[in-house]
Design a protein around this ligand. Structure first.
Ligand SMILES: Nc1ncnc2c1ncn2[C@@H]1O[C@H](COP(=O)(O)OP(=O)(O)O)[C@@H](O)[C@H]1O
Ligand SMILES: [Mg+2]
Length: 220
């Protein structure tokens, strides 16, 4: 199972009486690509950081596969249950491609040889060929870096993928390639994919589109 539910979640930043996220209830199902759209400042990133376990709601709760985040070890939640993909890729620049993908597995106690074998499979699944495995991220194109970032996400074992503007630094073809990979992860492998995006071409390919407006989330 891999579903994320928010129940009446609100969030106000310290010192602010305004709710950046205002009473959001939503069910993000497994095997679906969900897009969250909305103007700048509407609360999308705040919502993502709550789902990522980086911030706790000031009211309400989030549940992963029926389990409340408020009762969980959030470090473990972030390590095992959710994985983030960022606009700026966020690969480790001093680690090679394969070392980047091995990193979360080593964090989770997977033995080095086994991690390398699995990393190769994940890299193959996102179309990164073997001759690129020993390169540093700086020597890859943006599209390739994002695909490595997705391979690293898969290596974490997390079944919920949170993506913040994952295509916005990419050209059209590379952006579509990333969307195709995320769609296949949801539809063929049961991942729950949640993408924050400004890009209508991404949103129109999602199974569900949600619009954030002044902290409030509505189905489109
Ligand atoms: N660290 C912070 N402290 C105070 N207010 C913040 C902080 N981060 C964001 N905000 C405010 O919360 C609201 C939602 O921001 P954000 O979630 O970043 O929106 P979006 O990602 O949709 O652009 C905005 O009004 C923003 O100014
Ligand atoms: Mg944002």
């Amino acid at each position: 199972m891999s579903e994320l539910v928010l129940e009446n979640v609100s969030y106000a930043y310290k010192g602010s009486d305004r709710k950046a996220v205002n009473n959001v209830s939503v069910h993000f199902e497994e095997s679906k690509v969900n897009a969250v759209i909305g103007p700048s400042g509407s609360g999308k990133t705040t919502l993502l950081s709550i789902m990522a376990g980086l911030d706790s709601p000031t009211e309400g709760d989030a549940l992963i596969d029926g389990e409340r985040l408020s009762g969980m070890d959030l470090d473990q939640y972030r390590r095992e249950k959710v994985s983030m993909i960022f606009q700026a890729f966020h690969l480790f620049p001093l680690l090679t491609v394969i070392e980047n993908v091995c990193f979360p597995m080593e964090l989770n106690g997977v033995e080095k040889e086994a991690a390398i074998e699995r990393a190769k499979i994940y890299l193959q699944s996102v179309g990164i060929t073997e001759e690129k495995h020993k390169r540093y991220p700086g020597n890859l194109s943006g599209g390739e870096q994002q695909r490595v970032a997705i391979a690293r996400t898969l290596a974490s074992g997390a079944r919920v993928i949170l993506a913040d503007e994952p295509t916005s630094n990419l050209d059209k073809a590379n952006g579509q390639n990333i969307v195709d990979i995320l769609k296949s992860l949801a539809h063929d492998q049961g991942y729950c994919v949640i993408i924050v995006t400004h890009d209508p071409a991404v949103a129109e390919q999602a199974d569900h589109v949600w619009k954030m407006d002044d902290g409030v989330l509505r189905a489109e």
